[in-house]
Design a protein around this ligand. Sequence first.
Ligand code: MN
Length: 571
Amino acid sequence: MNESAFLNAIIQEYKKYHTLNAQDDRLIREAFAFAQKSHHNQKRASGDPYMTHVASTALQLARWKLDIPSIVSGLLHDVIEDCGISPQIIQRDFGAEILFLIEGVTKLGTLQYQGTQRTIESLRKMMLAITHDLRVLFIKLADRLHNMKTLGHLPQAKQHRIALETTEIYAPLASRLGMQSLAGELEDLAFPYLHPTQYQWIRKNITSSYEERLRYVQRVQHEIESQLHAARIYPIQVDSRAKRISSLYKKLLRNDMDIDRIYDLVALRIMVRTVEECYLVLGIIHHIWKPLPGRIKDYIALPKMNGYQSLHTTVFCIDNRPTEFQIRTQDMHEQAENGAAAHWFYETQKQSRLYQQHKVGVADQKETSIVKQLQEWQKQFPGSQEFVDALKLDVFSDRIFVLTPKGEVIDLPAESTPVDFAYRIHTQVGDSCVGAKVNAKIVHLDYSLQSGDIVEILTQKNKKPSESWMHFVKTRYAMKKIKNAMRKKMAIPQKTEYRIICQNRIGMAKDILAMLSRNHISVINISMTENGHFATIRLVVAITTRERAEQVFLKLRKIEGVKEISFKLIG
Ligand code: MN
């Protein structure tokens, strides 16, 4: 597609679901031209003009029925990061809302997947937490989708890292947002890079059974359509759906790699108008073919965690072959395919006039907070409480996620300060902390960190923590460490106490004092308790280091009649 074809495609796609007024039409064209100018001469690894990437991203957003600011931000999402365009210019030319969305996407881009299990969960949570607005996530997902489609042109090591990140972070995020179709597509795109040999195996071994299966399902399709028509049910659509390669592989692993045991390799999907019709169709299918026990699933009465609704059944179909059917309404289908994006569309449709009047921007963050969006969404899908739980919403209210300069995610309680952060990194970093930079700007040590902040701690050797930190740190851990350090600071040894058990002989105390005087050690206190043949001497001297105390210990031992010595440095 050449560049102007892209522009037309985006506009046509948008017009399928919305009316495009003159102002928005101009905005899209201006953004397109701005992106063209900014990315002029930039090329993708594939050799394609860079513009194809941002235009594809915007087109995808239009396909998800998203709004004008999302599409415009899709076009502009790389201009700050890759072209050095200043945020001020974006704000001046396109407004605060677009800038907010682009900066959100840029911020998500700075997160790096470190490849350890421990960080995966906090990375996903963090993405949600710093997003504030679901549209930022949609733009990032559209961006990632196009990057995955063109991944073949990158060096191998990079391919693997990006494919892994896509499978571990982006596909599950899409899935949690109910965007099943996208989640599956991302996983399928990543699969050949992560499992090249298995991919080849599946292609070689499955293709023939897959094609045979498809022909078979077409026979079933004719049969079921005529049966439904006889019952006066006219489905909106009956089609077949091939199981995705990535999920097929997972299922094969559980089934001894035996393709004949995978009943839903190709499933039939029937889309009808109402919930009642869904159950009617299920009844008709079961009337014609006998269902496999335990394979009837009513996700309409009991939706999946992410809001997915459908009826599933597997029956002994034509030639007695087990075949899966999925029955749903158009709304359910839309929900299954595009989840949160679909929901966003319906919500904005509903309030579109209101929405146009109050163009959401940074100032309205509260209103468009992701938590609110998800809660609203949840209201519309009864039974999806688990979905919200799965997102662990509590993390939004009382946790923040900040980054080290290397992009590692650190999870802290809300209102944590750079000092909390420093102690979380390492006790020594905390103890020697003298200042902090947040997003490259120097801040006070009691600065309240925000999700997404990049935090760098400035340290100084031999620096000791300040007592004043106790007033503002939020983590108990930092509090404890500061207390420890304070105690140590107070406990700098001032003197050494020896306890000497010796013969009770004349001149013993005199010999000890003489040795101390020869070694220029001043005596603070000496006392003696006699106990028959033995005596215990308690000696306090001005020694402040363990090393010196040990030297004196050795000298004391050499004195005639000394049996046993213990010592400690005291404050
Ligand atoms: Mn991009």
